[in-house]
Design a protein around this ligand. Structure first.
Ligand code: HEM
Length: 129
């Protein structure tokens, strides 16, 4: 099985909803972006953003056909929201670090390599216009 999928299954077996941990880490590392989520009182938008991000990473681990256009669009949309293009990719790194913490000693070198490779593909896809 692809190590990215394996890591997601491992996280899902330990934490029912990783969103609070992911966003706590995002806001700890980038306090300035918390205010941008002001409309999202219930957390639904944050949950949706997390889900779409994971879907695009899974797509990029395959042929990347769906992710590429979506990431180009979202990168531009997010600039409109107040997220600079270079900050956009930091969400992947926050996600990887959160999941690595949840996995603990069960995080494998193959998972580390798969995440590193897929994040590089996401960054490249979003810039490739
Ligand atoms: C640090 C980086 C990021 C920040 C600070 C950020 C911030 C935000 C904010 C503030 C919103 C809500 C806008 C609103 O009020 O409607 C949002 C929505 C969204 N973001 Fe991000 N974003 C980041 C990275 C990403 C990445 C990498 C993706 C990957 C696809 C993504 C996908 C989305 C999607 C799909 C939505 C819409 C969710 C919905 O309304 O259903 N974001 N983002």
């Amino acid at each position: 099985m692809h190590a990215l999928i394996e890591s997601l299954e491992l996280v899902a077996s330990r934490v029912a909803d990783p969103a609070p941990l992911v966003y706590a880490r995002l806001f700890a590392e980038h306090p300035e972006v918390e205010a941008l989520f002001v409309r999202d009182r219930s957390g639904i938008i944050r949950g949706q953003m997390l889900q779409v991000t994971i879907e695009t990473l899974l797509d990029l681990a395959g042929d990347g056909a769906y992710a590429s256009g979506l990431l180009q669009t979202e990168r531009v949309n997010h600039q409109g929201l107040g997220v600079p293009a270079d900050a956009f990719d930091s969400f992947y790194r926050v996600l990887m670090a959160t999941f690595r913490d949840i996995a603990g000693v069960d995080w494998t070198p193959a998972m580390e390599a798969a995440w590193t490779r897929t994040i590089a593909a996401a960054t490249a896809a979003a810039l490739d216009q």
